[in-house]
Ligand binder design. Sequence first.
Ligand code: ZN
Length: 293
Amino acid sequence: MTDQPAADLEIEARVAALEAAVARLVDIVEPSLAASHLAAPIAFPWQKEVAQHEFVARFFALLDLGESLIKYSAALALAALCHAQPASEQAATEFLRQPAPLGGWITSLRNTLNDPAVNTWPIEILRGIFRRPNTKPTDTARYLFDEFVRIRNRERGHGSQQPDGYYEDLYRNNYMSVHDCVRASTHVRLPLVYLHAVDHREGRYAYKVTLLMGVSPATLSEPIHTSIRVPVRSTCLWDRGAFLLPLNDFLVHQYCRTCYMEHSFFSERITAEQVAFHSYIGNHRQTVDRARE
Ligand SMILES: [Zn+2]
């Protein structure tokens, strides 16, 4: 009887070691799951979760990852909506008039996926991830929009100390589902770029861009040639051809006044004068005047 806890601990340690070994193997066998293949807003929380040791830290990093995935998916869908129907930009940002709960992002994402008038790339990719052909939600949508949000709202809500093992159970019960959602989300592997300069000649634009994939952005040696005009300093999704989808204020890559580095932010609130941004990288916040150009 007395040596039972020691045996349990040994089994736990062996299970943890096995899990770590499997995670390393997945990175080798399935390189798409390596952080370097994920858009920066997903790669950072992904990396953060992998790097934590305490279950409480891992669990809250997992919440950051799930939230980032929801907001990133909605940002792409809303950008496609604004591109397809420029007049709807005001309506698309309406849910951010007040600091938006996660549910506001989900409702906007669902409504945009259900709007047949929105056909700008990559909306069909997003539809395939979140809706079955009969328009019922996929497993990814069901987990992410319902179960994950319920757990997240409950756990972010209570600030009190939880007993030992509480976060370990929560983490163990959810990390595979969240990882499956990231794995199913092929849109997070589409190239995200930041336009830092442009050459313009006879209706053709050559954008110099920084590729925002993984945790270390890299300047592309070749410019992107296109006839599409996008303001410099925009953050865009790129189809690897001649199409750039600006993500407007929904997602920006910009200088952070807290950590003195450039990184991505989601908008948290948009008023006529200002945009309040929040980043899952270090939980940093800043407000920027909209007439900043
Ligand atoms: Zn920062």
